[in-house]
Design a protein around this ligand. Sequence first.
Ligand code: MG
Ligand code: ZN
Length: 381
Amino acid sequence: MRIFETQTYIIMKLLHQLIFVLFISVFIFSCESKQEGNKLVTTSENNSAKPKKVKNIIFLIGDGMGLSQVSASQFYNDKTSNFERFSVIGLSKTSSSSDLITDSAAGATALASGVKSYNGAIGVTPDTLAVETIIEQISPKGISTGVISTSAITHATPACFYAHVKSRRMEEDIARFLVNSEVDFFAGGGLKFFNDRKDGNDLLKLLEENNFEIQTEELPKKTSKKKQAILLSDKGMPTMIEGRGDFLPEATQLALDYLSKNEEGFFLMVEGSQIDWGGHANDADYLITELLDFDKTLGVALDFAKQDGETLVIVTADHETGGFTLASDDGDYNKIKAIFSTDGHSATMVPVFAEGPGSEIFGGIYENTSIYDKIKSFFIE
Ligand code: MG
Ligand code: ZN
């Protein structure tokens, strides 16, 4: 018993000494690394595994863009597709609260506000209560925001980022929301919902009173510091086949030049609206030309982000349109044909692409509302 107690005492003492030596070593080591840190601050920061801050987010939505649409960029593009520049890929489940197959309104309400609502809903819950959009949540923090679309700017997808109405068809009401919104830069079609309205009101005048600089003729090369309202057609913008040209990539570049002047950061939503319209029309040339325009626009976003280093680029769709596939219809596997299975939307999951700081959280399979949650997490703790 006595021997046992002595041994225990010796072991305890050794342990104490060991702990003391460890403590001293850690202390000395931390002093050394602190000194090193003082001398070589940038090196130690560069070596650290800490992810870079997300200051800006560019969120691009290809309306109706499923995986076959994205695959078209591989087969019908003479350049390497910009989709291939993304390192993180996920899949989004798109059903709405009312239907297994969503429409663009419910789809964008989920992406902009994180709520599953009914088909046709613009920024409202299934009970038609207004639900805050990401733009409404981050603007009071001093973050600049922009919305660009190749449809009318009052169309379902862009509308969900700033408006709250019970039906997507209420485009004149949606226009009024935009006039009074926190959006700093917008570009697209839809002029008639501002200056040729059933209520006779001139919303362009109201935009001017709200400190907007207005363009209705063409995309300017440069902007002033004023808020920017760019409305270049009565309803949707012309199609690529009709000669829309580089409106989407150029408006995106213009928005990036404008929004990046804000040191607090920005959020920009860019929609390739007519990928969906090509799908509805079961018109492969229409769909593919719109898709390639969107692909080119991704290049603008990715080039900006690469240079900037604090910009996260996210690309997704609200749903797939057309039940579109690239297949052989005569057994010749060396020929592909664009085949559609519906003139409406489909229930297939849609891809999510992410690149830049924070992109790693976009891998996996999740609900469309989760994309909103992830975006919000970078701006609001
Ligand atoms: Mg749309
Ligand atoms: Zn559609």
